[in-house]
Ligand binder design. Structure first.
Ligand code: ADP
Ligand code: MG
Length: 241
């Protein structure tokens, strides 16, 4: 469904992605792990065209989205992304934060989008916070709203970049629960994460990145249970906690 072939990306002299091949199937949950600076965020940003690749190509279903003739905004609607720092609009309440995209970007009817937004808020346990402003919410609540805001666009794929990293440890679980729920629903997810036990539980596949390359990838039992590369083993030993 989403495929990167030989993706390269440099910032100045610094080559950050050195030929990434990544094939993601419909309904698959793929966790990107790796040290800070290994290129996880850059890869996610390339996948949704927030960064332009220098070489290689990216495909969404049958379409090459790195083709310069592609409508970037349209592609971004199909590929949702949520970042580490909750980027809700501070001057809009929860419901307006969620409905803004579908109403303004997709031209959907406000009443219809409200229904869908409220249903999604119910699913993440925040139906009673629809009128609240972001600064009245905990970090975990804000991230759940950010997930709902991505989901209301009905993307084909959801990219999640360390979405629990900035959270108080007590609030991580409530956000991970939402991801479990999305997975159970068959959502295709690519997530960069430091939550190794969660990755092990929820991922269909783990992709371990070192220095802009995929060092090892495979099912969690294999990567965590019997890593093929010494670098994977060393990384996991340090991060098992
Ligand atoms: P990770 O998410 O795995 O921590 P990143 O993709 O954020 O890794 O970063 C990989 C490398 O790319 C780092 O060396 C980082 O400094 C560099 N980098 C990322 N974004 C930019 C940018 N916009 N400009 C210059 N360098 C960048
Ligand atoms: Mg990152």
């Amino acid at each position: 469904m989403l495929r990167a072939d030989g993706v390269r990306k440099s910032f100045g002299e610094n080559e950050v992605l050195k030929g990434i091949d990544l094939h993601i199937e419909q309904g698959e949950v793929v966790c990107l792990i790796g040290a800070s600076g290994s290129g996880k965020s850059t890869l996610l940003r390339c996948l949704n065209l927030l960064e332009q690749v220098d070489d290689g190509d990216i495909w969404l279903d049958e379409r090459e989205i790195t083709d310069p003739r592609v409508d970037v905004d349209e592609v971004r609607r199909s590929i949702g992304i949520v970042f580490q720092a909750y980027n809700l609009f501070p001057h809009l309440d929860v419901l307006d934060n969620i409905t803004l995209g579908p109403v303004k970007v997709l031209g959907r009817k406000r009443a219809e989008v409200r229904e869908r937004a409220l249903e999604l808020l119910r699913r993440v346990g925040l139906e009673d916070r629809a009128g609240a402003f972001p600064d009245a919410l905990s970090g975990g609540q804000q991230q759940r709203v950010a997930l709902v805001r991505a989901m209301v666009m009905q993307p084909d794929v959801l990219l999640l970049d360390e979405i629990t990293s900035a959270l108080d440890p007590l609030l991580v679980g409530e956000v991970l629960d939402v991801i479990r729920d999305l997975r159970a629903d068959g959502m295709t997810i690519v997530m960069a994460t430091h939550e190794m036990s969660f990755a092990r539980e929820v991922a269909d596949r783990i992709v371990f990145m070192v220095d802009g390359q995929v060092e090892e990838s495979g099912p969690p039992e294999q990567v965590f249970g019997s890593p093929q590369s010494p670098r994977t083993a060393e990384f996991l030993a340090r991060h098992r906690g």
